[in-house]
Design a protein around this ligand. Structure first.
Ligand code: NAG
Ligand code: NAG
Ligand code: NAG
Length: 972
């Protein structure tokens, strides 16, 4: 501890007083240990890389990153590359008098370079690259650097001028100060570093001309002035650096031609002069630089024809002369460049045919875009060999004047990743064997005169990233196989004559960002699943003949109007046309479809995808919820009013005691029909509507119990909607039809009684309560068991299926209309009464009949959607959920309204569907039955009518759920 304190004070003193004090310290303390400990104290070491540096050690020679000279035992190397050190470069280093190599690359050291390294007279290598050091290099930094061989300050934030004192480093062989912010002129003194082999000044702000005198650097192997602001010409003296292998002067503002002395650079492998302002021809002597492997002259103002001597560059692998003003034809001699891999002559004015030798050389990249090449590709391809075809990775002959067809031989270029033939005059179809190009990334055939359809083989190009076929004359459908190009991000088929629908398969391409299908003749509605494309940035379908609603959600909510304009039958907010109805499509269930064997249906409901689409529904269905909410309030208001009018009707009816007491009036003109042919009501008439025997009231009227002469009970329904009832003929026809519906789960209609002012329906009497009471009213702890519940669901489903088969829509499904007979069988009541109304007015239906909120299918809210038996399926779905959860379809909490199916859907989505099951159930819920049943309920409550199964399917599914193991055995 004392020593620590002492040490802390020591560091403090050292930092404050600097080297004078250090030099005067007790020499018995090892200078190196002290220096390194001081260095350590100056930096932060978040990963504890310097943990082995212990000040109590006598020698630092075993410390991490430290190496000593074995003879003197003094530190000779300090190599701490990538130690994640931050902080300052401390003075402690100056203690290491015998240091030869200092390497602190790839740390986070900051601050300026205040050390005077000249005090370390043995230093040979300094590498401070890849830190955050900044500020200028001190003028005296290099003053006594006679021993320095290698200096790297690359990738820091140094600024200011390069000090002329650099010339003192007479032994310097390697100097790299690239990627800093050095500015000013390059001091001519730099050329006095005769030992220099490698000079990298790239990526700074150096300016002015390159000073004369470079020829003195006879050992120079590599010079890199890339990305500075040098102007003027290449100094002629460069030819004196005869050992130069690599010259990079790219991205400056150099001008003039290539100095002729350069022809002496016969060892030069790499000459990069791109992005300058060089002018003139490529001189003939270029052929003398036999070692050239890469020649990049791109993006200059070179002009004229290519010299034939270029064919002598047999080592050449890369030739990039793009973006210049070259013209003429490529010299045939170039077929001598047998090692060429990349040939880029784009953006020039080369003319003539595509030389056939280019397909013989075995190139990897052939970039010929934006020239004046003519003729067909067929001839050029003819020279290709199997070997050369397999090597070509990129073929770009775009923006020329090619004619003829795309040769089907294109399919043999099996390594192609980029094929760009856009902006030519190619005709005929896209060869189908394009599907052989399994590695293709980019296919751009846009702006030609191609016709025919897009080959379905395109689906074989599974790696395709961009498919651009715009501005041709393509016809036919967009092949659905496009859905197999699963990597596609960019798809443009605009300005063709494509017909048919936008294939749903496009919605499978989850990486899609940019889609342009504009200006075609596409028809049909847009697949709703497109809303699942989460990465879309643009989706342009303007100027087609698409119709119906835009997909709702995500990208499509904010799609720009210009992306959808010019489709007169398209609707939705972006096109400023309201749609007839918002119909999100949550779940598609087709129990008959081949890929879902019947036995597997119940388990299938849990499939992740479907859960996802339920979540999508919840997001995009918000609009529907609002609509339903508004209607709910309307309906509630109406209910209040109609119940008021009903009590009025009841009062009138007590006045109609007239009827029961004096049957002579109305009763005489009345007509009684009993379907079974047993009209034995004579004694019962006066008691027919005895108020004491009232069983209940529904939307259509009160129901009374009456006992027939033979002792049989019947239920009599007095219709209170008489003002709405049709003519007698219509009434009788409809009632007879209802009377024909016979099923053990239906409450049988036995007959009717008709006068113009009073209509009665005579039903089978069912003892026992209704389902509503059993589910929602206190029954002394006597709740339904799962089996009973399932039975009720199944029985109700069967009765509905029976009705639908007879084209009778129930219209008024709810738990209070399901009577439970003595043996627990459900019997469905009150069916088809809407048929008795003169018109199937959905307003009347929703307000008068479908009085129980929550069962009402969403299409009731919409005038334009036809009401079909699918509205019963919806009500049935709600009923299922009600039975399984024991909750009302809509529960009114203190300050909240909970809609049952939304709640279950949410729970299912969050994977806690089991919490929804009715806790009061007798016995246990078998989850393997209850959960599929609940999912079936959700499917039945799909917002889109066509997505709901029909009742016959529902019955099938329920029967499969009941004995899942059995059917699975069958299906094996
Ligand atoms: C430098 O520090 C930053 C955060 O300060 C860290 O993210 C980065 O990895 C560090 N670099 C090195 C080379 O340690
Ligand atoms: C194909 O070439 C044309 C013309 O040279 C160019 O504009 C286009 O960007 C290229 N296509 C792709 C996908 O790179
Ligand atoms: C969609 O395409 C049409 C026709 O090609 C164009 O006018 C419009 O600007 C495009 N819209 C967007 C958002 O790209």
């Amino acid at each position: 501890m004392r020593r620590l304190l002492l040490f802390g004070g020591l560091v403090f003193i050292l930092v404050i007083l600097g080297p004078i004090f250090v030099n005067g310290l007790n020499p018995s303390l090892n200078d190196d240990v002290l220096g390194l400990i001081v260095f350590k104290a100056d930096v932060q070491d978040p990963h504890g890389k310097l943990a082995s540096w212990n000040e109590e050690d006598d020698s630092p020679c075993n410390w991490d990153g430290v190496k000593c000279n074995p003879r003197s035992n003094r530190v000779s190397e300090l190599v701490l590359d990538g130690f994640s050190l931050s902080g300052k470069l401390g003075r402690g280093l100056l203690q290491l008098k015998f240091l030869r190599r200092l390497s602190l690359a790839k740390n986070n050291l900051t601050g300026s370079l205040s050390l005077n390294l000249s005090q370390l007279s043995n230093l040979r290598t300094v590498d401070l690259s890849e830190n955050g050091l900044s500020g200028p290099i001190p003028i005296d930094f290099f003053q006594q650097c006679g021993s320095l061989r290698s200096l790297s300050l690359a990738k820091n934030k140094f600024s200011g001028q390069i000090p002329t004192s650099l010339s003192s480093c007479s032994m310097l062989a390697t100097m790299n100060i690239s990627s800093n912010q050095f500015s000013g002129q390059l001091p001519a003194e730099i050329w006095s570093l005769y030992g220099l082999r490698s000079l990298d000044l790239s990526d700074n702000f150096l300016e002015g001309e390159i000073p004369m005198g470079i020829e003195g650097l006879s050992a120079l192997r590599a010079i890199n002035l890339h990305k500075n602001k040098f102007v003027g010409e290449i100094p002629d003296g460069i030819g004196g650096c005869m050992l130069l292998r690599s010259i990079d002067l790219s991205e400056n503002s150099l001008s003039g031609g290539l100095p002729s002395s350069m022809q002496k650079l016969s060892f030069c492998n790499d000459l990069s002069l791109q992005s300058n302002a060089f002018t003139g021809n490529i001189p003939d002597w270029i052929g003398e630089i036999r070692s050239l492997e890469a020649l990049d002259l791109s993006d200059n103002t070179f002009s004229g024809q290519l010299p034939t001597s270029i064919g002598q560059l047999r080592s050449l692998k890369l030739l990039n002369i793009s973006t210049n003003s070259f013209l003429g034809v490529l010299p045939e001699s170039m077929n001598g460049c047998v090692n060429l891999l990349v040939l880029d002559i784009s953006h020039n004015s080369f003319s003539g045919n595509i030389p056939s030798w280019v397909f013989r050389l075995g190139l990897q990249q052939l970039i010929f875009s934006e020239n004046r090449l003519v003729g067909s590709m067929e001839n050029a391809f003819a020279a290709s060999t199997e070997n050369s075809r397999q090597k070509l990775v990129a073929l770009d002959i775009s923006h020329n004047t090619l004619s003829g067809e795309i040769p089907s031989a294109i399919g043999y270029f099996s390594s192609l990743q980029i094929l760009n033939l856009s902006k030519n005059s190619l005709v005929a179809g896209i060869p189908s064997n394009i599907g052989e190009l399994k590695l293709l990334d980019i296919l751009d055939l846009s702006e030609n005169q191609l016709n025919g359809s897009i080959p379905s083989e395109i689906g074989g190009v599974a790696s395709l990233d961009k498919l651009i076929l715009e501005k041709n004359f393509l016809t036919g459908d967009i092949p659905t196989s496009i859905g197999d190009c699963s990597m596609l991000t960019y798809l443009s088929l605009s300005q063709n004559d494509l017909t048919g629908p936008v294939p749903e398969a496009i919605a499978k391409l989850t990486y899609l960002q940019y889609v342009d299908l504009s200006s075609n003749k596409l028809t049909g509605t847009l697949p709703r699943e497109l809303a699942n494309l989460g990465r879309l940035l643009s989706f342009n379908i303007s100027h087609n003949q698409l119709q119906g609603e835009l997909p709702a959600g995500a990208f499509f909510n904010t799609i720009s109007p210009s992306s959808v304009s010019g489709n007169p039958a398209l609707c939705g907010a972006p096109v400023n046309r309201t749609c007839p109805i918002v119909l999100p499509k949550p779940i598609v269930l087709n129990p008959n479809s081949s890929d879902s064997a019947p036995g597997s249906i119940p388990t299938n409901f849990g499939h992740e995808k479907k859960i996802l689409s339920i979540s999508a529904l919840i997001a995009i269905g918000a609009a529907v919820v609002i609509v339903v909410g508004v209607i709910a309030i309307t309906v509630l208001n109406l209910r209040v009013r109609s119940s008021a009018s009903r009590s009025a009707a009841a009062l009138t009816f007590s006045g109609a005691d007239d009827f029961s007491h004096s049957p002579s009036t109305d009763a005489n003109s009345g007509k009684l029909v009993i379907f079974s042919g047993d009209p034995d009501f004579s004694t019962g008439t006066h008691a027919l509507l005895n108020k004491d025997c009232e069983l209940g009231r529904g939307g259509f009227g009160a129901v009374y119990r009456t006992v027939l002469k033979d002792g049989r009970s019947v239920a009599i329904k007095k219709l209170t909607v008489s003002s709405l009832v049709k003519s007698q003929d219509d009434f009788e026809r409809e009632v007879k039809k209802l009377g024909e519906a016979r099923h053990s789960n239906l409450v049988t209609l036995e007959g009717y009684y008709w006068t113009s002012s009073l209509q009665l329906l005579i039903y089978e009497f069912v003892s026992g309560g209704n389902l509503y009471k059993l589910l929602h009213e206190e029954s002394g702890g006597n709740y339904l068991s799962w089996n009973e519940r399932f039975n009720i669901i199944l029985g109700t489903a069967k009765s509905l299926a029976c009705l639908h088969q007879m084209n009778i829509i129930h219209y008024n499904l709810k738990s209070s209309n399901i009577l439970i007979d003595g043996s627990g069988e459900p019997k469905l009541a009150d069916y088809g009464l809407a048929r008795l109304l003169p018109m199937l007015d959905r307003y009347v239906l929703s307000s008068k009949i479908q009085s129980a909120l929550g069962y009402m299918a969403p299409e009731f809210a919409c005038k334009t959607v036809k009401i079909t038996e699918k509205c019963d399926v919806y009500g049935f779905g709600v009923l299922i959920l009600e039975i399984v959860t024991g909750k009302r379809p809509v529960e009114y909490m203190e300050d909240d309204v909970v809609v049952l199916c939304d709640m279950v859907r949410g729970a299912l989505e969050e994977g806690r569907v089991e919490e929804c099951l009715d806790g009061r159930v007798q016995g246990k819920f078998p989850a393997e039955e209850a959960i599929p049943v609940m999912k079936l309920g959700l499917i039945c409550t799909s917002r889109v009518p066509s997505n709901r199964p029909d009742m016959a399917e529902v019955v099938n599914i329920l029967e499969l759920i009941r004995c899942p193991s059995g059917s699975q055995d069958e299906l094996g």
